[in-house]
Every structure is written in structure tokens, then in C-alpha cells.
Design a protein around this ligand. Structure first.
Ligand SMILES: NC(=O)c1ccc[n+]([C@@H]2O[C@H](COP(=O)([O-])OP(=O)(O)OC[C@H]3O[C@@H](n4cnc5c(N)ncnc54)[C@H](OP(=O)(O)O)[C@@H]3O)[C@@H](O)[C@H]2O)c1
Length: 257
């Protein structure tokens, strides 16, 4: 699919990968962007950058873990700005720790944002896309949604779940003209990654590379978009020698805290 002239709603658009996707969509000639995150100030900074490209930008500062806020925002978006053609579910949080040191509030936050938050907005948007018989939903998982590693158990669990959610929805919504795809970035240099202890040997991507990979994947109608050669190598290695890949992941992981 091409994005020229379309309307996209992007969650997690105030920083990192979501911000880079918003800027890349604008560069590619999207007509209108609805940007979602909690921080209005950061969203406004992104909007100022985007307006240079002539794209209309509307901001929704809301917390995706609050279903009422999300419900009101999606209804207002459709009423005031017409149909959304592309939903990018990019908002997410990650907490790193050894499993034995892990804390329930962190796990609850990961599940509330990465899974329930994604579920809430996707259901509201998908219902409307089905009525218009058109739409594309992009769920941002991670390479850690394919390959789990020490210190990231609960985050990985949410990212594996997103791939299952995506695959099931793809089958269910295809007959309604709605395609559902997954984006699987590897380590990317953002605020999220800066708060983690990095895995050895992994070269971080830049958010702009992830955004360009998404646009390329959308043009090719890919159902799962990997980013960078390291991801292809890791998935290939896992396919042909899973025990070896598991060993490599254990060696690469930071020592559990
Ligand atoms: N960075 C990586 O290495 C990496 C690798 C693979 C996959 N990913 C995935 O890529 C996505 C983006 O990650 P990132 O690295 O760009 O992270 P980031 O820089 O920390 O940005 C996270 C974004 O999510 C928003 N957000 C968080 N909680 C929210 C909530 N409750 N309601 C609304 N918005 C919320 C944040 O905005 P506010 O704080 O303003 O709300 C921010 O815009 C995530 O799903 C992450 O799991 C990241």
C-alpha cells in the first residue's frame, strides 16, 4: 500500500520509533497524522517538525491504559477528521531485570500498555475500519517477540503476545478489507533502549531506519517486517540451530540484576 493522501493514527508518537514513523510518513506525503502519547509538550514538538512537510497534524494527549479516554479520542477523531486508513500501534514500555528481582507493578505496566492498551485502541479503530471496508493496522512487536532473552522475560512475553494477536486479527479482518501486520525492530537507539543494559554484540539501529523499513514493508504488502541484517541473521540462525541461538542469546544478555 502507498500512504500518499491517507490519514494515519500513530500511538507512541512523541518520541523514539513512533516519532520517526510520523516524520517518515509526512516525508512520504501522507495527508493527515493523528498523533497519540501522554506528553502534550513532546507531541507539540513533533508536530512542529512535521508541519514543515505540509501534513496536517492533530494531537491527542492521552494515556492508552485509560479506556474511557481512548474511547472519547477515537470517536472525536472519526467525527472531526473522517476515516483513519492506517493505525500504527507503537506505544510501549519495557522493564529489564532478572526474573527473580522482577516487580509486579512493572509487569502490570507492560501488560497494561503493550497489550491491553493496544487491544483497546485496536478494537475501537478496527470496528470503524470494517465499516469502511478499508484499513491497515501495524502492531509494533520486537525481535524479542521472536527470540526471548534473559532479563527481558515479561517484556518479551508481551511482544510474543503481540505477534499472536496480529496473526489472529490478520485472518479475522482480511475479508473486511483490513490488513494487519507486525513490525519487529531490533535494539533501537531511543529513550527506551537508553534505560536498558544493552546486549553484547548488537549494533543498535536508528529510529529513522525502522521507520524507513516500515514504509518499504507497507509498499511490499509484507505481513511481518524485520529491521536490519542482524534480525534476519538471528531468525535464520534460530531456524536452523535453535539450541545454538539460545546459547548466543544467553551469552549476549547482560548479567541479570
Ligand atoms: N527501542 C528499542 O530497542 C525497541 C526494539 C524493539 C521494539 N521496540 C518497540 O517500539 C515501540 C516504541 O519504542 P521506543 O523505543 O520508541 O520507546 P520510547 O522512546 O520509550 O517511546 C515510547 C512511546 O510510547 C508512549 N507511551 C508509553 N506509554 C504510554 C501510554 N500509557 N499511553 C500513551 N502513550 C504511551 C511514549 O509517550 P509518552 O511518554 O509521552 O506517553 C512514547 O511516545 C515500543 O512498542 C517498543 O516495545 C523498541
Amino acid at each position: 500500500m502507498h500512504i500518499q493522501g491517507k490519514t494515519a493514527l500513530i500511538t507512541g508518537a512523541s518520541r523514539g520509533i513512533g516519532r520517526a514513523i510520523a516524520l517518515e510518513f509526512a516525508r512520504q506525503g501522507i495527508q493527515r497524522l493523528l498523533l497519540v502519547a501522554r506528553s502534550h509538550q513532546r507531541l507539540a514538538e513533533v508536530a512542529a517538525e512535521i508541519e514543515e512537510f505540509g501534513t496536517e497534524v492533530i494531537l491527542f494527549s492521552l494515556d492508552l491504559t485509560q479506556p474511557v479516554e481512548v474511547n472519547i479520542a477515537v470517536a472525536r477523531a472519526w467525527r472531526d477528521y473522517g476515516p483513519v486508513h492506517i493505525l500504527v500501534n507503537c506505544a510501549g514500555v519495557a522493564h529489564q531485570s532478572s526474573f527473580l528481582q522482577s516487580r509486579l507493578p512493572h509487569v502490570q505496566e507492560e501488560i497494561a500498555t503493550n497489550l491491553i492498551g493496544m487491544y483497546t485502541i485496536t478494537r475501537l479503530v478496527a470496528r470503524r475500519m470494517v465499516v469502511q471496508q478499508e484499513g491497515t493496522i501495524v502492531n509494533v512487536s520486537s525481535l524479542m517477540g521472536r527470540l526471548a532473552a534473559p532479563t527481558m522475560a515479561t517484556y518479551s512475553a508481551t511482544k510474543f503476545a503481540i505477534l499472536g494477536f496480529t496473526q489472529a486479527l490478520r485472518g479475522e479482518l482480511a475479508s473486511h478489507g483490513v490488513q494487519v501486520i507486525a513490525l519487529l525492530p531490533s535494539l533501537t537507539d531511543t529513550d527506551m533502549a537508553r534505560n536498558l543494559e544493552w546486549f553484547r554484540w548488537i549494533i543498535p539501529m536508528m529510529p529513522e531506519q525502522v521507520a524507513k523499513a516500515l514504509v518499504k514493508g507497507l509498499k511490499r504488502n509484507s505481513t511481518e517486517i524485520l529491521v536490519g541484517w542482524q534480525s534476519y541473521l538471528a531468525i535464520w540462525c534460530d531456524r536452523i540451530a535453535p539450541p545454538l541461538m539460545e546459547k548466543i542469546l544467553c551469552l549476549a544478555a547482560p548479567l541479570p540484576r
